[in-house]
Design a protein around this ligand. Structure first.
Ligand SMILES: [Zn+2]
Length: 186
């Protein structure tokens, strides 16, 4: 019964809760064991093709958003499935966890949302994750925001930096001078 409630709250699609343990401390921790649904169907994480062939089972420790006052740790049994389409073992597709990540997608989102307003070290302390993890996610999010640009007509770029939030964070402003193609006859 308790496990069902946690499942409802957690929303780890395709997985069921096998156990929950709260460890008191400062801060407290909640550890949740998750197993993939035995019935599947499993999908290849690379191409999305369904498969039922399990190649390997690996237990991964994953961080999720805090539950009430507790830091949340997931012990997730992740399957490597055999994909006919890709021709080999691939990690199963998990809607809430990107491949090679040790934190859930929603925690990634929460962290990158906060890094817009707070310094990396403060976000890291707030969620109890490593500074390097937050830095990596912040860089990735910034890169994703930048659309590919056509710089073919650029003649000069000026760049300056200014401090935000009392010097904890810096922003960059750039000015682009374009070539007037019609005037130059290019
Ligand atoms: Zn595949």
């Amino acid at each position: 019964m308790e496990r069902e409630v946690i499942e409802q709250i957690g929303g780890w699609g395709g997985f069921r809760v096998m156990g929950v343990e709260r460890r008191e401390g400062s801060p407290p921790q909640v550890w949740i064991r998750l197993e993939p649904l035995e019935s599947g169907p499993y999908r290849c994480g690379q191409c999305g093709q369904p498969t039922q062939r399990v190649h390997e089972r690996v237990v991964r420790q994953v961080r999720d958003l805090p539950l009430l006052d507790a830091q949340t740790f997931l012990e997730v049994t992740v399957l490597r499935v055999w994909c006919e389409h890709c021709g080999g073992p691939k990690r199963m597709a998990i809607d809430w966890l990107n491949e090679h990540q040790r934190i859930t997608r929603r925690l990634v989102k929460a962290i990158t949302d906060l890094t817009r307003f707070m310094a990396v070290e403060h976000v890291a302390r707030h969620y109890g994750v490593h500074w390097h993890t937050v830095k990596r996610l912040d860089k990735h999010a910034l890169r994703a925001q930048l659309e590919p640009q056509d710089f073919a007509a650029v003649r000069a770029i000026g760049i300056d930096e200014f401090a935000l939030h009392k010097g904890h964070r810096y922003a960059t402003v750039s000015m682009v001078t374009l070539v007037d193609r019609s005037a130059s006859g290019v």
